[in-house]
Design a protein around this ligand. Sequence first.
Ligand SMILES: Cc1cn([C@H]2C[C@H](O)[C@@H](COP(=O)(O)OP(=O)(O)OP(=O)(O)O)O2)c(=O)[nH]c1=O
Length: 190
Amino acid sequence: MKPLILASQSPRRKQLLEQVQLPFSIQVSNVDENVLEKLPEDLVVSLAYQKAAEVYRQFPTQVVLGADTIVTAGGEILGKPKDAQEAKNTLRKLSGTLHQVLTGVAILSEEKEVTFVEKADVQFFSLTEEEIEDYVKSGEPFDKAGAYGIQGIGATLVESIRGDYFTIVGLPIAKVVRALREFPIQRDPF
Ligand SMILES: Cc1cn([C@H]2C[C@H](O)[C@@H](COP(=O)(O)OP(=O)(O)OP(=O)(O)O)O2)c(=O)[nH]c1=O
């Protein structure tokens, strides 16, 4: 049985793995996220794979989990905003729209590799300029794809969702746990 490593600096991903009581450690990967695949589905899987692969190269006897989340709206990929201006522009684009959140997952081990992508639809309320300004001032948008966090103040921007809530937060935890059952990890509480 092998230890599980989460190749992520995301506090949300850490929390979700803790929530299901899987023992794991964290090794942060340093992947250049500017790689541009044509399809959003390919892009998130490729980024998740690269994050996991970088850590797996250093710990080839363990099982490594990587993930990546992006938002797509009107054919555009909206990643993490670089500054307040970009955060505001992103939120203006999402205002009143139905958009998609995609999370790619990659699990690597000596025995096998699994990759998959999960999608959720999110309908935003129409946002006022004041609402956008206030939200950006809160600082919450900066480390988040699409410049919002549904698990935080961003919850007030969301009218409805279709799909797995946890895909939006950054890790479709049920599918991840199910996929991990195929791997020889140290302890499966289920
Ligand atoms: C849409 C949305 C995104 N996010 C977050 C999840 C991800 O952490 C982040 C997207 O950035 P990612 O590049 O997927 O992940 P990360 O840089 O935070 O961490 P790492 O690469 O080390 O794994 O956006 C939320 O927390 N809530 C949301 O509602």
